[in-house]
Design a protein around this ligand. Structure first.
Ligand code: 6YU
Length: 503
């Protein structure tokens, strides 16, 4: 019967946990999650810097309002502070770009006044909005967001800034910082890789982004408490998923399971259905070996074409702040970067130039003086190969240049290394140049393909990369897990409504 079918979920991130929860609630009782590491949460990961809680992975609930399932869960579990849950907070709609109070530092070692940066910010935000308006297909003037923004700056800046000729160079340099910041937001090496036509596919929800005072992992802990302990099998990296197994694989007498899961340690599990939730970066890296028979070509091509880049954080703790008391975000502007280019020319020598700035962790009473720096792209991947001391040395030099204070020294440092994490292989998904919604549909399409006469729904696909409008987010991941659980539930639910087997 339906409830007896063997279901395995690969990956214990939020999409896998969400799928398991839904299936168990619906009466499926042979549900297991196979996780490569010793922990659950995947890219939701809370760490420590001294006494402080810091987020190594996901940071915010993007768009915390009723429509956001992560917000609803966080409210149910009482993990948010009052302000984040207030009606007012839920209705603020900033279109995905929170307006933090900024401090701008330039490489001459000074802070810039608000009169220069305000208008530049506004100008850039308008261009970003414009970049999001080509998603209905056709008519986009250029292939990528980066190329579009650069062309628009060149076209419009002379008119926009004609009153203030003296500051044009610094304004261009500020735009360059904002372009690098967008690389962090999209999780890409360069905005020249982010497709213009599809940029508007990403949907924002209302609500002012909020954090978890006790750490994002608290959400995972609460979800895990609702799952029976024996559901999760830790420390079992899956090597290969053999599907259409009884037909094509070596026959094992007495089994009628269509799928066989082979772990790196040699263990195997027989299944009726497998939900794969591993990150897109992992699928890209292991595309030719993770499934047997291999993925159908159109699915494989979409996996190859879709973007999956690196965005890392560098946390720093200071004795004393060098920023204003009300400052929430610090931007660094290199005065010599007046030609728009969001990549550095020599990664080894100048990788630190890709670090665009810092969020100030608030409230100060809780954190002390802690900054979270952002760095994306190949420069970020190179940073991961350096020792913590080398990174500290470079960051200290950088801060001395920008503050003009030759003795400033961070007290502690902690950085993430998402690219070299063997089970993430990067940070999150973006829709690359040349991709469209069809590629995400292809990623999410179950195997075997429709029209095949082998057993249906052997392999299903969830995870943030498979959500058409909320890719790269926690809520997108959770919804994708629920979606695949629903697919199985519907499959076993005949039109009359009572649950029985179709097999
Ligand atoms: C969001 C946010 N956020 C920052 C960073 C990262 C991500 N996201 P999982 O990977 O979780 O699970 C898969 C599991 O599979 C995992 O446990 C593996 O171990 C396992 N696995 C893999 N291979 C296996 C195998 N072979 N066998 C068995 N198991 C295997 N999302 O909503 N808010 O703030 C951020 C952010 C650094 C890395 C994020 C954010 C993305 C989410 O984390 C992600 O989508 C989901 O957790 C994915 O869940 P899943 O289940 O799909 O996969 C100056 C300044 C200015 C201010 N702004 C700065 C700009 C920065 C903008 N960035 C925003 C994003 C951030 C911060």
């Amino acid at each position: 019967s339906a409830s007896d079918s063997q279901i395995f979920i690969i990956g214990c991130g939020i999409s896998g946990i969400g799928a398991a929860q839904k299936l168990l609630k619906h009466g499926f009782h042979n549900v297991h999650i196979i996780e490569a590491t010793a922990r659950s949460g995947g890219r939701i990961r809370t760490g420590r810097l001294g006494d402080n809680i810091v987020e190594i992975g996901a940071n915010w609930i993007h768009g915390p309002s009723k429509e956001n399932p992560v917000f609803r869960l966080a409210c149910d579990y009482q993990l948010l502070d009052k302000e984040s849950m207030s009606e007012e907070n839920q209705t603020i709609d900033i279109g995905g770009h929170p307006l933090f109070v900024p401090n701008w530092f330039i490489s001459a070692g000074q802070k810039l006044g608000p009169e220069t940066m305000g208008p530049v910010m506004e100008f850039f935000m308008k261009l970003l909005e414009k970049s999001q308006q080509f998603h209905d297909g056709g008519g986009e003037p250029l292939p990528s967001v980066g190329e579009f923004i650069k062309a628009e700056v060149e076209r419009l800046a002379p008119e926009e800034w004609k009153e203030d000729q003296a500051n044009i160079a610094i304004k261009m340099a500020m735009i360059n910082t904002l372009l690098k910041l967008e690389c962090c937001v999209s999780g890409t090496h360069t905005m020249d890789d982010v497709g213009l036509g599809a940029f508007g596919m990403y949907k924002t929800l209302p609500g002012l982004d909020c954090t978890f005072p006790g750490g994002y992992e608290g959400l995972i802990d609460h979800m895990m408490m609702e799952l029976p302990k024996d559901v999760i099998l830790y420390n079992k990296p899956v090597k290969c998923i053999h599907w259409n197994y009884t037909k094509n694989g070596p026959k094992t007498t007495g089994t009628s399971f269509p799928v066989m899961i082979e772990c790196v340690n040699g263990e195997t599990f027989a299944a009726d259905h497998v939900i794969i939730t591993v990150p897109l970066g992992y699928l890209k890296k292991h595309q030719s070996t993770f499934l047997s028979p291999p993925l159908p070509l159109h699915k494989l091509h979409s996996i190859q074409r879709m973007g999956f880049g690196t965005n890392n954080k560098i946390f720093l703790e200071f004795e004393q702040p060098f920023w204003d008391e009300d400052c929430e975000v610090i931007y660094l502007v290199w005065e010599d970067e007046t030609h728009l280019a969001d990549v550095v020319s020599d990664v080894k020598m100048s990788w630190i130039r890709k670090l665009i700035g810092f969020n100030v962790l608030k409230p100060t009473e809780r954190y002390g003086h802690v900054l979270c720096g952002w760095i994306a792209g190949w420069e970020s991947e190179y940073m991961e190969t350096l020792s913590e001391l080398e990174v500290l040395h470079s960051v200290t030099q950088l801060l001395r240049i920008f503050t003009g204070n030759p003795t400033i020294t961070p007290r502690k440092l902690l950085r993430s290394r998402w690219f070299h994490d063997p089970y993430s292989c990067g940070s999150y998904t973006y829709v690359a140049k040349g991709c469209s919604g069809y590629d995400i549909d292809n990623l999410a399409e179950p195997l075997p393909l429709k029209g095949s006469n082998s057993k249906p729904l052997q392999v299903l696909f969830a995870g943030e990369a498979t959500h058409g409008s909320f890719f790269s987010t926690v809520h997108g991941a959770l919804l994708s897990g629920w979606r695949e659980a629903e697919r199985l539930i519907t499959h076993y639910t005949p039109a009359s409504g009572s649950v029985s087997s179709k097999l």
